[in-house]
Ligand binder design. Structure first.
Ligand SMILES: Nc1ncnc2c1ncn2[C@@H]1O[C@H](COP(=O)(O)OP(=O)(O)OP(=O)(O)O)[C@@H](O)[C@H]1O
Ligand SMILES: [Mg+2]
Length: 325
């Protein structure tokens, strides 16, 4: 069955104005997300994963961050053309996000219960107070929060970091979004809770058929959670493929490096992404050609001249930005 494309990012370029000049944190990234499926985004720290997510949400820090080029089509409509008000409606109901840092999403001066109720009020205005209360307690229980009734009357600073993360996940899920963007949602949590949260996300996906964009460093989690994977490197899309294809036949030398330390697809082991020798180039001093050239064992003369564009490299839908193919 051909799944409907619910989100398409086309040639996204996101820049930041900094004291040292303008940097291009995301450079021409394109990908599609299908309804009911999970896309993983993986890559080393600073490669542009969160900036890609914030671009989709239109929540880039103003005035320094901006989308310079590209389209973000949500159900066929370019959300970059929407008014702030229309965008506000899409956030939550259409696309919700779990942030890397929970305090950016939680309001420190409102109780947990009030913040959850606000989500229900916004998205399900027909619900009465009792129902909102019950649904809030239920979703807190679902994300593994003990004594949810008591938590409802506490402020974010009164609960632990892991608990705050779970409250944020509960808030993101409460609206039953079409797309959930989860930016490293479980890195701060211990493994048992992490497994619980991942299971919960999968259950909810089954139930509501939402699409998930899952951002992580952990290739084990990618293997477990994702249908398709986007590998990013220094702001560009290095490779995109279905998860099994990517793990079996990685094409970009960067992806090969990432995967080389994983013994098996079902491995649960956390894999460090820093095993490839050499350093990611600074966004202030990018090479003329391929951004991976200084770490690549296969570099050729052509790689110095021009940055390669994504091209088909085999199986269905498998693309990589590399001159080897
Ligand atoms: N507010 C900002 N101002 C200037 N530069 C920024 C800003 N936010 C991000 N950047 C730059 O954009 C690049 C991409 O950052 P991003 O946060 O997307 O990385 P990431 O892939 O999410 O990394 P991590 O795995 O550490 O979360 C980095 O070089 C970062 O320094
Ligand atoms: Mg990030």
């Amino acid at each position: 069955m051909k799944e409907e494309v619910i989100l398409e990012v086309k040639d996204l370029v996101t820049t930041f104005d900094t004291e040292e000049g303008r940097i291009r944190a995301v450079e021409g990234v394109s990908f599609k997300v299908k309804r009911g499926q999970t896309l993983g985004i993986v890559g080393e720290s600073g490669c542009g994963k969160s900036v890609t997510a914030l671009s989709i949400m239109r929540l880039l820090p103003k005035p320094f961050g901006r989308i310079e080029r590209g389209q973000i089509l949500f159900q066929g409509q370019d959300i970059l053309t929407l008014s702030a008000e229309e965008m506000h409606r899409i956030r939550g109901f259409g696309i919700s996000m779990i942030f890397q840092e929970p305090m950016t999403a939680l309001n420190p001066v409102h109780k947990v219960g009030d913040q959850l109720r606000e989500v229900f009020q916004l998205h399900f205005p027909e619900m009465n107070d009792d129902e909102m209360w019950n649904r809030s307690v239920e979703i807190l229980k679902k994300v593994g929060i003990p004594e949810p009734v008591q938590r409802m009357s506490e402020y974010p600073h009164q609960i632990s970091g892991g608990m705050r993360q779970r409250v944020m996940i509960a808030m993101a899920l409460a609206a039953k979004p079409d797309i959930l963007i989860a930016d490293e949602p479980t890195t701060a949590l211990d493994v048992t809770i992490q497994a619980q949260i991942l299971d919960l996300m999968k259950d909810l996906q089954q139930e509501t058929h939402m699409a998930i964009i899952f951002i992580t460093h952990d290739l084990g989690v990618i293997a477990e959670m994702c249908d398709e994977v986007l590998v990013m490197y220094a702001g560009i899309a290095a490779e995109f493929a279905e998860v099994i294809e990517l793990f079996k036949t990685p094409k970009h030398p960067y992806t090969m490096g990432l995967l080389s330390s994983i013994p098996r697809l079902d491995s649960k082991r956390k894999t460090q992404l820093s095993i490839i020798k050499g350093m990611v180039p600074s966004l202030y001093e990018l090479p003329e050609g391929c951004r991976f050239i200084n770490r690549c064992a296969y570099a050729m003369a052509v790689c110095e001249k021009k940055s390669p564009e994504l091209r088909a490299v085999g199986g269905d839908n498998h693309v990589a930005s590399c001159y080897l193919y």
